[in-house]
Write a protein that binds this ligand. Structure first.
Ligand code: HEM
Length: 149
């Protein structure tokens, strides 16, 4: 098993990076769609168009991309010699991943509220919410590439 993981390391890392790029694309774009969606009239053509775009982005791209990111990230963790648990970067990365996962689930709830016409959140709220995945992503990339501590 260890040999298989070590041999597959570059491939698993490539798949991991492709998956996190797709996941991040959704985490950064979906709140932007919410910002524009709250402006349109309930049950209008635009309302329905935004609902379709948001549902497809979440279900067809973000959900599978998150699962693949986790699967290959965990395989990288299990690869011998890759993670030194005494260094700080991996813990901060894990914390930022938990924040991203929380954002993902919150966005799923906001999408549902917008689809059911029960959303009470403002455009400003979604603009601010958009910054959380951005900051988390910056932290993660610095942690995995620079490994400052
Ligand atoms: C979903 C849970 C995740 C787990 C369990 C995980 C775990 C890992 C592990 C163990 C590595 C190998 C580190 C190394 O080779 O030194 C890695 C690499 C990487 N991860 Fe993640 N990761 C996750 C999510 C993310 C996310 C959300 C991002 C981006 C926002 C990300 C970006 C990267 C990058 C860019 C690398 C390559 C670093 C390099 O070797 O230069 N990961 N990940």
């Amino acid at each position: 098993m260890s040999e298989f993981l070590i041999g597959s390391y570059p491939w698993f890392k490539a798949i991991h990076i492709i998956a996190v790029m797709s996941w991040m694309a959704g985490l950064l774009y979906l709140p932007r769609l919410f910002v524009y969606h709250v402006e349109v009239e309930l049950n209008s053509i635009e309302d329905h168009r935004f609902q379709v775009m948001e549902r497809r982005l979440l279900r067809a791209i973000m959900n599978p991309a998150m699962v693949v990111s986790y699967i290959f990230g965990i395989l990288l963790i299990l690869t011998p010699g890759i993670v030194d648990w005494s260094s700080g970067w991996i813990w901060l990365k894990i914390l930022a991943i938990l924040v991203l996962t929380g954002c993902h689930h919150a966005m799923g709830k906001w999408r549902k509220d917008l689809a059911e016409g029960t959303n009470r959140k403002s455009q400003r709220y979604f603009r601010v919410a958009n910054e959380v995945p951005t900051i988390s992503m910056i932290i993660i990339v610095i942690m995995v590439v620079v490994k400052p501590f």
